[in-house]
Design a protein around this ligand. Structure first.
Ligand SMILES: NC(=O)c1ccc[n+]([C@@H]2O[C@H](COP(=O)([O-])OP(=O)(O)OC[C@H]3O[C@@H](n4cnc5c(N)ncnc54)[C@H](OP(=O)(O)O)[C@@H]3O)[C@@H](O)[C@H]2O)c1
Length: 363
């Protein structure tokens, strides 16, 4: 039985340990074995480590966003071939699908193949590939399922601009920047909340207007009212998990569109949120990707498969772009990853809220 290196944890809160005895998995029918090139860290990584949330077995191999190269494919794959570069986010918490090891499994329907032609091996594009997965799919669920935003079905279709705003709370973050991009792609004018110092990030993603997410809530409501011309919005996505109250008050007290329907969606799937009457609420559960033995896992997996197919076209057409708010950490491999994870969890990484990306191996 072939074994490989990686980092594992023995239980919630136990240290990451570099090991060389992880069993190398074998791809099933629609799967491929891929070699980890870069990983990107998400807020869920420290949560999994500290609490064991979503982890299916210990010792656990974890991780979320990745850029990888295909080593071998299973018998029924039709979308990927040996040597392809693939990016995305894994189904969280399943050892053999997790990227903190030399090689891991991917399902061909859950990954993006955006690196083609001469660009495929460009190092900058490889590192950027590890910034896309969780952010894009989480915002995709939030906007298409939660806010009923319709996106162009092909990379070249254009949607007519709407005289209506869509509000993204946390438009400077990983999920938020993709939400801003998707709101624009759906034809909306997008207003985003963020720290005053990060307004340029949300604007670069496409926000027409920004407001300060640390201002008192009544001030933020006032800014939303002014920006949206007295309430020309019916859709709010909270990508920060900090702004449910503000979002719901904005929809309840200010939103004023002719249809009357109002939509709130949020990445916060753990707090007790009370929704006023007349507002449809959706809570994103991206962590259910790949958990097909449960109804919610099955539903999220099917929705993500459809989004992957759609986003593939828009990424290749350049309508959606990877993040540039990331930092490639010093060093390479498991020690560099362990150290970065420790700093990320302790909040001591000096990267100003940028997404940490770690190089694991050369192609
Ligand atoms: N439910 C799901 O399926 C799911 C999936 C993925 C992520 N998530 C959750 O989504 C959240 C965002 O993830 P991410 O990767 O985008 O994180 P991130 O890149 O760190 O972004 C965090 C965002 O929240 C904003 N923010 C931070 N503190 C705030 C506050 N006190 N008030 C208002 N806004 C504040 C930040 O704005 P500034 O930095 O500009 O202040 C930034 O825009 C995390 O909580 C994560 O756990 C949930």
């Amino acid at each position: 039985m072939a074994t490989q290196t990686g980092i594992t944890i023995e239980g919630p809160g136990k240290p990451y340990t570099v090991v060389d005895n992880i069993v190398r998995p074998t791809p099933g029918p629609n799967e491929a074995l891929v070699k980890t090139l870069y990983v990107g860290l998400n807020p869920v990584d420290p949560i999994m480590h500290q609490t064991g949330l979503l982890i299916q077995s210990f010792p656990a191999v974890t991780g979320s966003d990745f850029c990888a190269v295909v080593l071998s494919v299973g018998p029924e794959t039709s979308k990927i071939s040996e040597g392809d570069i693939v990016i995305g986010c894994v189904p969280i918490g399943i050892n053999e699908f997790s990227p903190f090891q030399e090689s891991f499994l991917v399902n061909e329907n859950w990954i993006l193949r955006t690196h083609t032609g001469d660009d495929a091996l460009d190092e900058k594009k490889l590192e950027q590939g590890a910034t896309v997965g969780a952010g894009l799919l989480t915002s995709g669920l939030g906007l298409t399922e939660g806010l009923k935003v319709e996106l162009p079905v092909s990379g070249s279709d254009k949607v007519l601009s709407k005289d209506e705003w869509l509000i993204v709370m946390g438009g400077s973050g990983s999920v938020g920047q993709f939400a801003v991009q998707l709101g624009k792609l759906g034809g909306y004018k997008v207003a985003a909340s963020c720290s005053a110092s990060k307004a340029a990030i949300a604007q670069k993603a496409g926000a027409e207007a920004t407001f300060d997410n640390r201002a008192p809530i009544d001030e933020q409501l006032g800014m939303i009212e002014r920006i949206t011309g007295g309430g020309r919005f019916a859709r709010v996505f909270d990508a920060s998990a900090q702004s449910s109250n503000l979002s719901l008050r904005a929809l309840d007290e200010i939103a004023n569109t002719s249809s009357g329907a109002k939509y709130f969606s949020t990445v916060d799937d753990w707090s007790d949120i009370k929704t006023p009457q007349g507002i449809t609420t959706y809570r994103v559960q991206f962590g259910q990707l790949g958990k097909t033995s449960t109804p919610i896992g099955n539903e999220i997996t099917q929705k993500c498969e459809a989004l992957v197919e759609l986003f593939q076209k828009h990424l290749v057409a350049g309508n959606l772009k990877p993040l540039d708010t990331y930092t490639v950490m010093d060093g390479q491999g498991w020690e560099a990853l362990s150290q970065t994870l420790s700093g990320f969890e302790a909040g001591s990484l000096k990267i100003d809220g940028r997404k940490p990306v770690i190089k694991i191996a050369d192609i």
